[in-house]
Design a protein. Structure first.
Length: 115
């Protein structure tokens, strides 16, 4: 199950007909996308991944779905809530910062991590 404002699934092939081909993944770029995986694992604790990312990371995240019970993806260009509050509420077991290098070097949104 994917929970975001407009994303209905992992792949939206209609986006291949648009200018932004990265929209094929999760329907586009959103501030926050939460993926609930149906792993059927009985073990505890739940494995939860927080991914701080740019749009290039959208193509990699589908490979992680089979390894986590829940994945929360944050795109700092569009996410304006408190990351600190989100982390306290969600308690991710792992955190991944995944950017294309030139975007990482130029991104002016990392100050949001301190919110």
């Amino acid at each position: 199950m994917i929970d975001s404002k407009d994303a209905a699934g992992i792949y939206d092939y209609s986006k291949l007909q648009t200018k932004d081909k990265y929209g094929v993944y999760f329907g586009g770029n959103f501030g926050k996308i939460t993926i609930q995986a149906a792993l059927g694992r009985q073990e505890k604790p739940v494995k939860k991944l927080l991914v701080v990312k740019d749009s290039f990371a959208n193509s990699f995240v589908p490979f992680l779905i089979g390894h986590y019970d829940e994945i929360i993806m944050l795109d700092l260009r569009y996410f304006n809530d408190s990351i600190s509050s989100l982390m306290h509420a969600e308690h991710p077991s792992d955190i991944l910062v995944l950017y294309e290098l030139s975007n990482f070097a130029q991104d002016m949104n990392f100050f949001k991590i301190l919110k």
